[in-house]
Write a protein that binds this ligand. Structure first.
Ligand SMILES: [Zn+2]
Length: 336
């Protein structure tokens, strides 16, 4: 059993992206504009046409059994529009994910986005989280630690500002992937800089804080291999030590997990060497950030199963843990 814990719906029919475009353009022209949900119509065939030659074909070719599936990350765009359009947009995207998971129940399981907005307290996202988990069977949530889109204007994730959302996630028993969205800061390319910087930033916030003292069962996944964290593991161990914090094992590793969206063999070799196996979850983020073929290997950069298979650092038991067992433990609502 191979579970990809990080896949986005990046092959939406054009109606969905057109709807978002109309929403934002209408709002720019008239601040009170709200597009009707009824404007969004698409058939199951239109969904199939785009999904089958992409995510579904790649699942088959690469031998992935199941993908934990969430809305396009850069599409969340929490820094765009208004608080209200963010709500509309999150509901629409989450409903689309539910629809796709209903069409392909053995291929996808749903994870939601939240209607976050810069300067708005995360507790405002709780009703949509409850709707997704309690009414629609979602098993996890993507939380944007920087709804401002690379401006970082809201408090760190260890601040009490976030606590009501963490309380609700604990109560619902859903893990959160700490996943930023688009960047409105030209200094930060979204997938190449903002994502990786975001991953690294939240890890350091967690070192600085004591969040898991207050939430011992809260679970976070840091995507994209944890940004720069595994490569700089010594720096983070050392910083924690200098600050008088417990060792990272004790301080964070009962609650924080890293996915394997790292697009070359030496990166996965480093990660599997320094991060305990129990904290690593298989993922590819396909179809998404990097779409090309690596001329050095002849395979897609995001064909990450090859790197897990190819690393000398893992036993068969450890591979099984990374490919499925760890993910089933972290996403405890997942029933395969
Ligand atoms: Zn992603």
């Amino acid at each position: 059993m191979i579970i990809d814990c990080h896949g986005h719906y990046t092959t939406e029919p054009a109606q969905l992206t057109d709807y978002r475009k109309a929403q934002l353009e209408g709002l720019a022209a008239d601040p009170s504009f709200l597009p009707s949900r009824a404007d969004l119509n698409m058939t199951d065939d239109e969904i199939r046409e785009r999904l089958e030659p992409a995510q579904l074909k790649l699942q088959r070719e690469r031998g992935t059994d199941l993908t934990i599936f969430s809305p396009r990350a850069v599409g969340m765009g929490h820094h765009l529009g208004t608080e209200q359009t963010s709500h509309y947009w999150a509901e629409i995207c989450n409903n689309m994910i539910r629809r796709v998971c209903d069409m392909y129940p053995t291929n996808f399981v749903p994870v939601c986005q939240l209607p976050q907005y810069p300067g708005v307290e995360p507790k405002e996202s709780i009703p949509e989280l409850e709707r997704c988990v309690n009414e629609m069977g979602f098993i996890g949530v993507n939380v944007n630690p920087d709804p401002s889109g690379a401006m970082w204007t809201d408090p760190p994730i260890t601040d009490k500002w976030w606590y009501p959302l963490w309380e609700k996630m604990v109560e619902l028993d859903v893990p959160g992937m700490l996943h930023v969205s688009g960047s409105c800061n030209p200094n930060f390319h979204h997938t190449g800089a903002h994502y990786i910087a975001g991953d690294t930033t939240v890890f350091m916030q967690l070192i600085l804080g004591d969040l898991f003292k207050d939430f011992p069962t809260l679970k976070f996944i840091i995507p994209h291999g944890g940004g720069a964290v595994p490569f700089h593991w010594g720096r983070y161990r050392g910083l924690a030590q200098d600050m008088g914090k417990p060792t990272l094992d004790e301080h964070l590793l009962n609650n924080v997990y890293f996915d394997t969206c790292v697009y070359h063999q030496p990166g996965i070799d480093c990660m599997t060497k320094v991060i305990p196996t129990k904290n690593i979850l298989f993922a590819s983020e396909m179809v998404g950030a990097v779409r090309g073929i690596d001329p050095e290997t002849g395979f897609n950069y995001d064909d990450t199963k090859r790197y897990i298979d190819g690393t000398p650092n893992l036993s068969d038991t450890e591979r099984t843990a990374i490919f499925s067992e760890n993910t089933m433990r972290v996403f405890s609502r997942l029933r395969v």
